[in-house]
Design a binder for this molecule. Sequence first.
Ligand code: NAP
Length: 555
Amino acid sequence: MGSVGESQPDYDVLVIGAGLSGCYACHRMHQLNLKVKVLEAGTSVGGTWYWNRYPGARFDSESYTYAFYFSQEILDEWKWTEHYAPQAETERYIRFLCDRLGLWDDIQFNTSITKAHWIEQDRLWQLTDASGRTYTSRFLITGIGVLSNPTLPNVPGVTDFKGPAYHTSRWPKDPVSFEGKRVGIIGTGATAIQAIPVIAETAKSLTVFQRTPNWVITRQQKRPDRPLNHLQAIPLRNSNISPEEMELIRTGYPQMLEKINLTRMGFMHSASTDSIWDSTPEMREAFWEELWALPGFPFWLSNYKEILIDEKANDLVTEFVAKKIKERVHDPWTADKLVPKNHGFGTRRVPMETFYYEAYNRPNVRLVDLLETPIERVTADGITTSQEELKFDMLIYATGFDAVTGAFDAIDFRGTDNHSLRDEWKDGPRTYLGLTVEHFPNMFMSMGPHQAYGNIPRSIEYAVGWIAECIGYCQNQGITRIEATDQGVQEWTDHVHDLGKNLLSNKVDSWMTGVNKNVAGKQKRIVARYMGAAPEFREKCNGVAGGGYELFSKR
Ligand code: NAP
């Protein structure tokens, strides 16, 4: 790589995070023959799939689509064992990638980056870790995740509890037993919804503290006589993948890739082109029953085209799902509390469940409605609400993340003229293509704000690929400094905002609109992600690259 100024960087490229983004970035930098180092806070690779090892954690989209497609060798060799892989299998998959691609030597673990500062005179990034050690590079790639900065509830006494207390995203590697324990869990998002039925199986009692219920749809079913980890083939629900079936999946990879490259969210499920207003109530009911019987996302993603933009259409589908929930929960008070009242179906990220609602029919499970009886404080031996003092042996915080911009806020990013990224984004992110930011030259983000999320590994494969091509272009052209222009950032940010104008999800508080009531300054909705379809996103980014990196300044 070309030289600038007095100091030469230690590396051509530094990557923060060894999740799917960081691992793939490392591979692509190897292909460019660049000197790369991936700096990772954890003790191994996996990112999201390293940290989130809570009971019940697994993919809620099809394993074989929620993966990388860039290497035929890996596609040929890797065998998925379940349609919706559990966390341990995904972690193994990512370790397998690192083995096959020879990445381990270039990943440094136990390294938590606290600062990333741009040094203009030398055109390099200087990173500092928690121990004070520094690292420099010409280019910087962030692979720090969308949901990686966990947050605890902002209630008094949250650290006072004397028994074991875990955030689901910082779950211990050693098994945790719930046997004979009184367990309290706060939160009812996608994470809690996976964990609750599993914990309920062995805990003496499980008390669920719910603030906002979610619209949860059914994903998989277990045979009632088998524990959850022995999922059996039941048509259309989660099941083991036999070797013969894996062979069929393998031969179908090219067609599968073709399909997911065309869909809005990068999954196999395309949006319906049918209008709800062209169907009779009977036709609607039949269509919804058909979708309901399918595993995974189709009820959300393949529904009538208006349900996520037209409130009247959304009301109808919401009513259908509310009826489904009430049918499954025996106690009418609990059933009613589990039905969301403040947002319609599909306007927040829809959690997928395995007997979530049935868990509330067990005698050892109780729901506490925090809207009625809020938590007053966490105590040494439990939780006090406005109504009662509850004693627990274990507390679980399934309270989510300071999402999207939170992982960036956790690091002191400084660009040109000491510009602070935290300050630049305090009213919401401003990016060019979701991949770069003005005042932060030579810095690229995989899964930064304003990118198309959906099927995350598919999005990562594209984002890292784009970044690698851009760095390769700089290498070939002798460019040592590339920066998004103000015009690029303004146009892209306006474009992303425009795309989301009629989406109902933008009128609802959730991590997807950047709201986290536990974090100061994160109470206001922002436009956090790209709102158009994934193919449209890729087309725009390809256009910029094809035009010689339009609206970037290059030196
Ligand atoms: P989340 O959806 O943000 O849910 C956090 C939960 O904690 C919410 O129910 C929230 O209530 C509650 N909470 C937060 N602070 C609280 C407080 N002070 N008092 C009471 N309740 C509080 O987080 P998550 O469940 O970890 O899921 C985040 C995302 O991760 C999902 O949407 C999904 O995209 C991803 N995920 C994916 C999978 C998968 O299978 N692929 C599995 C799990 C998660 P409010 O809603 O009222 O704020």
